[in-house]
Design a protein around this ligand. Structure first.
Ligand code: NYM
Length: 216
């Protein structure tokens, strides 16, 4: 008998500092993959619509203060709440594109002085992305963009620390693509697409590579 396994979806994460254009690029990527016939769903972390997300939103907009370790665990819980539905979607062939993930969790918390390994622990075992696309933006250029400074962490000093945590401590050349974010929207999209097709869609969907788990 011939048994054909249903294809799984790819799991793609877009990361980067604040105001690097991630949200725009997530939408363009989802549209482009859908056009190529891939069922696609976008996710955003933190998901501010859940109960944990409400507290996180109050924290980010500076309307409450929360202990650094406690808020770190809440961001991780906010991801964990999505785990079972993410796994179910991937298994049924839906490609997931996440706007931030556990890498942001670690980079922003460690930028406040928390131990990096401690920060990684609560996200152990979550689905590992097939590809992290890091949109790299010089912090001075991000500061020129609209809305900058409205939320917690939006200062050049913090963004500089966050960027070096992403690039020097969290980046893993095997499943990270670094794309220059200080280009036109179309140019960034072209670079994101090229990386996604060869480094996520091909291995995960076409060749059926097994979904990994954090932290790898
Ligand atoms: N952030 C995001 C964290 O501090 N920890 C996390 O685990 C995640 C996912 O929240 N400044 C920070 C990064 C951003 C902010 O902003 C979310 P946005 O614009 O919704 O991506």
């Amino acid at each position: 008998a011939i048994i054909t396994m249903a294809k799984r979806g790819a799991f793609i994460v877009l990361e980067g500092g604040d105001r690097c254009g991630k949200t725009t690029q997530v939408a363009l990527l989802a549209q482009a993959l859908a056009t190529l016939g891939h069922p696609t769903k976008t996710l955003k972390f933190p998901d501010r619509t859940t109960k944990t997300g409400h507290v996180i939103n109050q924290y980010l907009t500076n309307s409450v203060e929360v202990d650094d370790k406690a808020i770190h665990l809440l961001f991780a819980q906010n991801r964990r709440e999505a785990e079972s539905s993410m796994r179910a979607l991937l298994q049924t062939g839906v490609t997931l594109i996440a706007d931030r993930y556990a890498y942001s969790g670690v980079a922003y918390s460690a930028s406040k002085g928390l131990d990096l390994t401690w920060c990684q622990r609560p996200d152990v075992g979550l689905p590992a992305p097939d590809l992290v696309v890091y949109l790299d933006m010089p912090p001075d250029a991000a500061a020129q963009r609209g809305g900058y400074g409205a939320e917690r962490y939006e200062s050049t000093q913090v963004q500089t620390r966050v960027r070096s945590l992403f690039l020097d401590r969290l980046r893993n050349d095997r499943n990270w693509a670094v794309v220059r974010a200080d280009q036109s929207i179309e140019e960034v999209h072209r670079d994101v697409m090229a990386a996604v097709l060869t480094r996520a869609i091909r291995p995960a969907v076409e060749e059926g590579r097994v979904l990994g788990e954090l932290w790898v």
